[in-house]
Design a protein around this ligand. Structure first.
Ligand SMILES: [Zn+2]
Length: 139
């Protein structure tokens, strides 16, 4: 009988430890997800601020915001949304404003973006099926 009671106690303790480990791993996962959510919010906020600063003709600050947003996306493995990806040059990472340093055309079902800071073209895909054309027209 004593053996049985001891065994029960050991099993009880083990199960407690097991559930504690599960709890820890779950909290770690949710922590990461939360971090990613916050990172995405910050990236969007930074691009909005960059747009504001670019309209105020303060391109140095706008470039700095793009730099910070890219750093955040790399650190927390969050993708920069497609709407904001076209707003900076993928070679020199400067913020692009149409009419100032950006020229945008559609050629062979691709967006061709010309950066007049480094005189280079970047081509981006966009799917007509996913109604991404509507988004561009709204902007
Ligand atoms: Zn460029």
């Amino acid at each position: 009988m004593e053996n049985l009671i001891q065994n029960k106690k050991i099993i009880y303790n083990l199960s407690f430890v097991f559930f504690f480990i599960i709890f820890l791993t779950k909290t770690k996962k949710t922590k990461k997800e939360e971090q990613k959510k916050i990172a995405k919010k910050r990236i969007i906020k930074l691009f909005e601020l960059a747009e504001k600063k670019a309209f105020e003709n303060n391109f140095d600050l706008a470039d700095r915001y793009v730099h910070i947003a890219r750093k955040i996306s790399m650190k927390y493995l969050v993708k920069i949304p497609d709407e904001y990806k076209r707003n900076y040059c993928k070679y020199c990472y400067s913020y692009l404003l149409p009419g100032f340093n950006k020229r945008i055309r559609i050629k062979n079902k691709k967006l061709v973006i010309f950066c007049s800071d480094c005189n280079r073209f970047s081509r981006l895909n966009f799917n007509i099926k996913k109604n991404k054309v509507d988004k561009i027209e709204k902007k």
